[in-house]
Design a protein around this ligand. Structure first.
Ligand SMILES: Cc1ncc(COP(=O)(O)O)c(C=O)c1O
Length: 508
């Protein structure tokens, strides 16, 4: 059972008058809390059914086995788990997530990982090969993104870490260079949640600027939002929700003129937009060719086709990069330094990332981009033929769609029933499919369109059936109820960490 269905059911079980009261005033939430807690216990138990399918038929450990388990038995069990799960992503039913997924590519990365499995770049003297790989990953990415010799950076563990690192860097730079004690950052509403996370973690005021009808950041609103405490302006290339590239040229120029940092979040687009441009697709400028761009995040784990756990954060100049580093000289454990948040790091992931990049090369990335972009164009064209749907934003490889007549979340639910794992979006309500090489396989685009037509048809014929996700997004539209949803999401994470041995009695 999906989380949307759970919350929908939760809402249906809770007395509607109680829910209404919660909506009226934040202070009334404690009154409903008891009832919501009780119902959500029951809901959690239902949710556990789908999230914890291995409670039976598989060994479960809540303490170390007294004697170690036979290795082959462990491998056999893992193979069973893989077999149960891989069809969904292999057959292209998932938005984003696995960007390459080709058997031979996976085998190759696995071999590279195995060769390097013991390496840790924290010990640069023991594994200079790993630092060579990391330096070259950064150099190749900088070159791809219009960088010259002054562009430098580091490898990180993923898009979120690259973004967190960049924001921490600007905070420390602004404190040191500009004496800014109460930092602010300006971020379009479409930028990734990682920026909000950074603002929370690093105590920075985040000013959200609206986007225009094309879902691009509003330059005039950004200009008005600048204060003497602004440390960085952010733009996406492209944004996660709708796949559109912000007006990076104008925004970065504004930042340059005011002496503010500008971060391009190219986590999603960094490894596909350069090749899209080469293929002749319209790609607005977004990289270091623009003098105002002072940092870029680009994810090797996405269209770089590396394994999960690697990304690149780039800076214009070493001076800025120094604000990212951590060093200490008075620790009892000796002199200590680390470029990113982690201490010890998996050098094997950097080795696999390097191997992916050099084995694919410019030609391979261009060919992959062509396949993905052509498939996306076909899907967009077909969605244009469905009268109830309209595309949101003009994107090259993220297909976002909404409806003026149907509950789009009901369409999302129907797609879920047909095994599709798509993303629900809000403000405005929409759904997206982020295309990868999985979707460029023969027949996948056709299956997607056939299932989408069937889903739209179903929702049109059953207008009274409320989509599971409608309830969730209905709640998040009301400020007091956002707290209820947020609590529920925390309990969802708790559930993920439950084992058969520590399931709370209520949710059993
Ligand atoms: C534009 C953008 N930025 C940042 C991220 C965060 O990346 P990660 O999930 O690797 O932390 C994503 C993820 O999809 C993204 O699309």
């Amino acid at each position: 059972m999906g989380i949307g269905r759970i919350v929908n059911a939760l809402l249906n079980r809770v007395n509607p008058r109680v829910v209404q009261r919660a909506m009226q005033t934040v202070t009334s939430i404690p009154i409903v809390k008891g009832q919501i807690d009780k119902e959500s216990e029951k809901m959690m138990a239902e949710l556990a059914q789908s999230l914890k399918p291995y409670r039976e038929g598989f060994a479960s450990f809540t303490r170390l086995p007294a004697a170690g388990i036979d290795r082959q038995a462990i491998i056999d069990e893992m193979e069973k788990l893989r077999a149960a799960e891989e069809a969904k992503w292999k057959d292209g039913f998932v938005s984003g997530a696995v960007y390459n997924g080709d058997e031979e590519h996976i085998e190759f990365l696995n071999r590279v990982y195995a060769i390097n499995s013991q390496s840790n770049p924290l010990h640069a003297d023991v594994w200079p090969s790993t630092t060579k790989f990391e330096a070259e990953i950064v150099a190749m990415t900088a070159h791809m993104l219009g960088g010259d010799a002054q562009i430098c950076g580091t490898v990180s563990s993923g898009g979120t870490e690259s973004i967190l690192l960049a924001i921490k860097t600007y905070r420390d730079w602004a404190r040191d260079q500009k004496d800014i004690a109460a930092p602010e950052m300006i971020v379009p509403t479409t930028a990734h949640a990682a920026f909000d996370k950074a603002a929370q973690y690093f105590n920075i005021k985040m000013i959200r600027v609206p986007v225009d009808a094309s879902m691009r950041a509003d330059v005039a609103a950004t200009t008005r939002a600048v204060t003497r405490n602004t440390i960085v302006i952010v733009g996406s290339a492209p944004s996660f929700p709708h796949g559109v590239v912000d007006p990076i040229q104008e925004l970065s120029e504004l930042a340059r003129q005011r002496g503010i940092g500008f971060h391009t979040d190219a986590c999603l687009g960094g490894f596909i937009l350069p090749w899209a441009k080469k293929l002749g697709y319209p790609v607005p400028p977004f990289d270091f060719q623009l003098p105002g761009v002072t940092s870029i995040s680009a994810d090797t784990l996405k269209y770089g086709y590396a394994a999960k756990g690697s990304s690149v954060i780039l800076y214009r100049g070493e001076e800025l990069r120094h604000y990212q580093y951590y060093t200490t000289t008075d620790w009892l454990g000796g002199l200590y330094l680390s470029p990113t948040f982690a201490g010890s790091r998996p050098g094997a992931l950097s080795a696999a990332c390097w191997a992916a990049m050099v084995s694919i090369g410019e030609q391979g990335y261009t060919d992959a981009a062509r396949k993905i972009l052509e498939t996306a164009a076909r899907i967009k064209k077909e969605i244009g033929q469905i009268p109830e749907l309209r595309l949101v934003g003009d994107s090259l490889f993220v297909v976002a769609f909404a409806s003026d007549t149907l509950d789009i979340y009901a369409v999302l639910d129907q797609m879920g029933k047909r095994h599709w794992s798509l993303n629900g979006l809000q403000s405005p309500p929409a759904v997206h499919l982020c295309l990868t090489l999985r979707h460029a396989q023969p027949g996948i685009a056709e299956k997607f369109i056939a299932d989408l037509n069937a889903s739209v048809e179903y929702v049109r014929a059953h207008p009274q059936e409320r989509g599971d996700m409608s309830a969730v997004y209905g709640m998040t539209a009301s400020v007091p109820l956002r707290g209820v949803v947020s609590d529920f999401l925390k309990r969802y994470i708790d559930l993920l960490y439950e084992t058969s041995g520590n399931i709370s009695p209520q949710s059993r």
